[in-house]
Design a protein around this ligand. Structure first.
Ligand code: SF4
Length: 236
């Protein structure tokens, strides 16, 4: 890598500063924020939020929000009991708009079964440190690294960094991560750069997703319109 393309904390902070000036974050476009900032926020239902994150796997947040709202209209309250007792086909139809309806409905049923028998699961997560809470979440059906990290960072406010396909692509183009870096390499780098500052981790996570949706798109990045192009290794 070129020496001018080395990364440090100040450069990451600069990326946050520039992207934050470039975009206004519309929380309604992010499923977890959408739920947290909605009327449901009055009483945070962790199971409901984890359900929403699972619905958002391999689809856009927009489709996941539609599926979540269908489910909410169907069940009124999304709980382990309401999911466990829901008719399989009605459940699948409600979430079909988010894709992979068979797989996601099976996961939700399995998740409901596990959590029905462990009602204090989420309460205990709140008390745990990041690594322990992450381990516990990853033991749940359908919960992979990204799902666990979204829940931990955005909902439980623990210092981690979820990496979706947009973020994976952008940090490699920027040169923050190398092409061979895996999920854990990138996560640890970003936590380190931002000293585990939760607000900055959330901000960077959301801003990079917006940047990936609008400018640093997968096929042909719009580098000539990119506000962080001067810092990007792809252009050096
Ligand atoms: S300059 Fe191009 S590749 Fe680099 S971040 Fe911007 S859009 Fe992506």
């Amino acid at each position: 890598m070129l020496s001018t393309c080395l990364w440090d904390k100040d450069k990451i902070l600069k990326i946050i500063e520039i992207l934050n000036k470039t975009y206004s974050i519309n929380f309604n476009e992010f499923i977890v924020k959408n739920i947290l900032d909605s009327k449901y926020d009055v009483h945070v239902n962790y199971f409901e939020i984890l359900t929403a994150i699972i619905l958002s796997q391999n689809t856009s947040d927009r489709s996941a929000i539609k599926a979540f709202n269908n489910l909410k209209a169907l069940l009124k309250e999304i709980t382990p009991i309401s999911i466990a007792t829901a008719d399989d086909n009605i459940l699948k139809n409600a979430i079909r708009v988010a894709g992979l309806a068979n797989r996601k409905s099976r996961i939700l049923k399995e998740l409901a079964f596990v959590l029905q028998h462990n009602p204090l699961f989420f309460k205990s997560l709140e008390q745990m440190d990041l690594d322990e809470a992450r381990r516990k979440l990853l033991e749940l059906p359908g919960v992979g690294l990204k799902t666990a990290d979204v829940f931990l960072l955005i909902v439980l406010k623990k210092p981690t960094f979820p990496i979706d396909t947009h973020i994976n692509r952008i940090v490699k183009r920027l040169g923050v991560a190398s092409a061979s870096d895996k999920y854990e390499d990138i996560r640890m780098k970003m936590i380190g750069y931002l000293d585990g500052d939760i607000n900055k981790l959330v901000l960077l996570h959301l801003l990079l997703i917006i940047h990936g949706r609008k400018i640093c798109i997968a096929r042909k990045p719009r580098c000539s319109q990119c506000s962080v192009s001067k810092l990007c290794c792809k252009n050096l």
